[in-house]
Every structure is written in structure tokens, then in C-alpha cells.
Ligand binder design. Structure first.
Ligand code: DON
Length: 309
């Protein structure tokens, strides 16, 4: 197997030379000011090693990648009852589609599109003040990454709150169908804050390690979720983690992944590695352009695929 200590720096150098970097998200003003030239990658192996290259120690907004952590927490709270309020099918539509939600009577297709993630956040708000729910999510991520320095970027949260009209529309629409149990501004307050968690590639790769370890923090470490639940979260990442680009990501990369409009992607090679990549420019589906290309190249070089024998 090629050595990651050589593969990752070569990949970062190749990505630094590319001009076709996609467009930085502009609908959240605070994200539009990020330098599109950034590229970082970190691989946390199940043998305990972490190998990084490029801007792997620079923090970025994890955005929708946070939906993996909120889904994990919500399943811990209400178990399979969650599936009465959210579906498990790929959306085939943009992550903020209103038309689809109307057609499906306020039940979001899956927990990773915005509407689904807002319902998941609503579950986490039960018996909590918004501040407590945000604290619970942040502490969970800190615990997974074993890093208490991880914080919420309050400027990003405020920027999204000021401009999140579509998300308010989705939340109000679900409230009309009885599928949101708290006031839209409360559920969205928590949602905007967990999307605004800032992490670097190293921290993000570490926070995803439990999914590479079948639900455990390390080979024989603390069990975060059961093996079965870890597998199911990975199945949802594969089928829904890149919205209407999920099929293409599975085809090209061949591992479960979850993207965010901050330009991050968390990819999991079960039993082998948790990979975080970051490049702020997005493709037409709102997924990191160079991040997807880099993961495709890395998976091919390392022969990593969930479909490999
Ligand atoms: O709600 C939003 O639009 C953002 N906070 C998150 C969207 C996102 O990351 C979609 N990812 N590709």
C-alpha cells in the first residue's frame, strides 16, 4: 500500500495548482469571505495515526457535516422513532428544496437535507433550552475529537440567522404539518449554531473516527453507538450525504461521505480510516469541488472502496 506520508502532500500540491476550484458559498455572507485557495486534508487511521497535508490545521465552518453528529445524538434519544418524522431516501433534489417538502406533506426525505436536519435538531431541543441543546451538540463533538478547543463560530451563526429565509420557510412549513414541535426560531437557532461549529481537518477526521471503528472511539475503546447504528449512519451518508450529487460521489469515490457548504467533506473507509478534506469552492450541487476530486484520487491510489473485495 502506498505511504500516506507521501500520498497526502503530493495530493495537496496537485490541488494547490488547480484553477478550477468552484464557487465559494455566498448565500451565507460570512462564508463568502473565505479564501478559495485553501486546501487541507487529514486522515485518521484506525491504527491511531493521523496524517495531514496542506491547510489541515486551519479551522473552517463544518456546516452540514454537523448533521452526522446531530443525527447520532437524536437516534440515541428517540431511537427508531425518529423515522416517523424523517425519511431515509436520497432526495434527488437540492438540499434546501421547498417543492419536495410540500409534495411529501412536511416529512423530509432524509436527515441530511436541511428540512430533515431541522427536524433532527427539533428532537434535540426536547426538554432543553436552545443554549443547552447547542452545548450538548458541541460537547459531543469535542468528546469525539478529544479536543475541548472546538467552538461555534458565532459570526457565522449570526450571518446565517440574518439571511436564512429558506430555512425559516422550511421550518414554518413543517410546523404547519405538526412535524416541528418547537417554534421555528428556536429550532433554527440551534440548527444555525451547530452548522457554525468550526473545526480543522485534523479535528474533523478525529471526530469521525467512531464511524470507521464500527461505533467505537478506538479499536477497543468506548462505544459511542452500536455497530448496527454506525453501519446505518454510514448507509445514509452514502445514499444522502451529498444531496443530489450522492450517486455521483458514490460512483466516483466509493465510500460514505458527508459534505458541507463550508467546503468540508468527511469520508469514512470502514475499518480503515476517517478522512476530512477541505476546499471552500463548491460544485453545482453545493459540495466541495476539489474536496470531491481529492477524495476520488486518494481512494483510487489507496484502493479504498466499500465495494472492493
Ligand atoms: O442550512 C444551510 O443552508 C447551511 N447551514 C448548511 C447547508 C449545507 O452545508 C449543505 N451542504 N452542502
Amino acid at each position: 500500500m502506498p505511504e500516506l506520508e507521501e500520498v497526502l502532500p503530493a495530493l495537496a500540491a496537485e490541488m494547490a495548482d488547480r484553477d478550477d476550484r468552484g464557487e465559494v458559498a455566498s448565500y451565507i455572507p460570512q462564508l463568502s469571505i473565505i479564501d478559495p485557495k485553501r486546501f487541507g486534508i487529514a486522515v485518521a487511521l484506525t491504527d491511531g495515526r493521523v496524517i495531514t497535508a496542506g491547510d489541515a490545521d486551519e479551522s473552517f465552518s463544518i456546516q452540514s457535516i454537523s448533521k452526522i453528529f446531530t443525527l447520532t445524538l437524536a437516534l440515541g434519544k428517540v431511537g427508531d422513532g425518529l423515522w416517523r418524522r424523517v425519511g431515509r431516501e436520497p432526495s434527488g433534489n437540492p438540499f434546501n428544496s421547498i417543492v419536495q417538502l410540500e409534495r411529501e406533506h412536511g416529512i423530509p426525505r432524509n436527515p441530511f437535507i436541511n428540512a430533515g436536519a431541522i427536524v433532527v435538531t427539533d428532537v434535540l431541543l426536547a426538554d432543553h433550552q436552545p443554549r443547552e441543546a447547542i452545548g450538548e451538540i458541541l460537547r459531543f463533538v469535542q468528546f469525539l475529537a478529544d479536543d475541548e478547543s472546538i467552538v461555534v463560530d458565532r459570526d457565522v451563526a449570526a450571518s446565517e440567522k440574518a439571511t436564512g429565509f429558506r430555512n425559516f420557510a422550511l421550518a414554518n412549513y413543517m410546523r404547519a404539518f405538526g412535524n416541528l414541535h418547537h417554534a421555528p426560531e428556536l429550532a433554527l437557532g440551534v440548527y444555525f449554531h451547530h452548522c457554525a461549529i468550526a473545526m480543522n481537518c485534523r479535528q474533523l477526521a478525529l471526530s469521525g473516527r467512531f464511524l470507521a471503528h464500527g461505533g467505537r472511539l478506538s479499536q477497543d475503546g468506548h462505544s459511542v453507538v452500536s455497530n448496527e447504528r454506525a453501519r446505518r449512519i454510514l448507509a445514509l451518508m452514502l445514499t444522502c450525504g451529498h444531496y443530489d450529487g450522492s450517486g455521483d460521489f458514490a460512483f466516483r469515490v466509493g465510500i460514505p461521505g458527508k459534505s458541507g457548504v463550508g467546503g468540508g467533506i468527511l469520508g469514512i473507509v470502514p475499518g480503515i480510516a476517517s478522512i476530512a478534506v477541505w476546499s471552500p469552492g463548491l460544485n453545482e450541487n453545493g459540495n466541495s469541488k476539489l474536496g470531491s476530486i481529492a477524495l476520488e484520487k486518494l481512494a483510487r491510489t489507496m484502493n479504498w472502496s466499500i465495494f472492493a473485495p
